[in-house]
Design a protein around this ligand. Sequence first.
Ligand code: HEC
Length: 121
Amino acid sequence: MCKVIFLFFLLWGCENAGADTGPVADKGKELYLSYGCALCHGRNGSGDGINSQKFIPKPTDFHNPQSYLHGRDKDSIRRSIQNGIKEDNSIMPAFQDIPPEELDQIINYLQSLRNRRVYEN
Ligand code: HEC
């Protein structure tokens, strides 16, 4: 019996040891926050950041596939981020200096939000 309990705690400890490194999408979220995307797209990617009010079209809500106006496959998303988007009352800045592997992680994060409810992030 003691062995079983010991094993349980050993496994539980291992499960939790990795908790702060998190899954791949969490790394993407970290980068999303550190590049300032949240200023416009919001902390949870819902398009409601503090700078979101002045733009029409509004910053994309990454939970809602309909909110993507410029393509939601990986290549289109990459293009939107690297080149930016300029419309009459809306600017998505160009982020040309994000290293490719970081860009992939950010894209994975954005895609992981699709059709997920906000409170699940
Ligand atoms: C200054 C505000 C601002 C910041 C900062 C910003 N965005 Fe945007 N973003 C926008 C706006 C506004 C749009 C909508 C543009 C449009 O459709 O005319 C947009 C659109 C996008 C799109 C295109 C979606 C589509 O197909 O319509 C992607 C992808 C995107 N942003 C990702 C990011 C990422 C990733 C970051 C951080 C690296 C970021 N944005 C930072 C304002 C911003």
